[in-house]
Design a protein. Structure first.
Ligand code: MN
Length: 131
């Protein structure tokens, strides 16, 4: 219950609710964004400890949003974990290129998810889910 903040970037309301329901009991402060542009604004403003980023988003997709987060000195230090339904090798390679710190496939494993998140908060780039 360290009270770290997590930005959830997800345009699908059902997925967003699920992520919040799974993470809320662990004491995180949760903030949300429903598209890539909003994610950039909220990340700058809120300075979250971790960003969970859907890849297919309106206005600005997850790849482009993450690329911009990683090239902005205000947000470059924040770990960004990709959330995607597709675990294709090509997609994983692309995610690595734009600077994602990790990769979690959807549908999420609701039991394992909190532990995966903890790994990214404590040891970015050093957990089993990292790329
Ligand atoms: Mn989406």
């Amino acid at each position: 219950m360290a009270g770290e903040s997590i930005l959830i970037v997800e345009d699908n309301p059902v997925n967003q609710k699920l992520l919040m329901a799974v993470l809320r009991p662990h004491g995180y402060r949760l903030v949300t964004a429903a598209d890539g542009e909003e994610a950039l604004a909220v990340a700058c403003q809120e300075q979250p400890d971790l960003i969970l980023m859907d890849l297919q988003l309106p206005r600005l997709n997850g790849y482009s949003a993450t690329q911009r987060l990683k090239s902005n000195p205000l947000t470059a230090h924040i770990p960004v974990v990709a959330l995607t339904a597709h675990a294709m090798p090509e997609e994983r390679r692309q995610a690595q290129q734009v600077g994602f710190d990790g990769y979690i496939t959807k549908p999420i494993d609701t039991r394992a998810f909190p532990e995966q998140i903890l790994g990214f908060l404590n040891h970015p780039r050093a957990t089993s889910g990292s790329i």
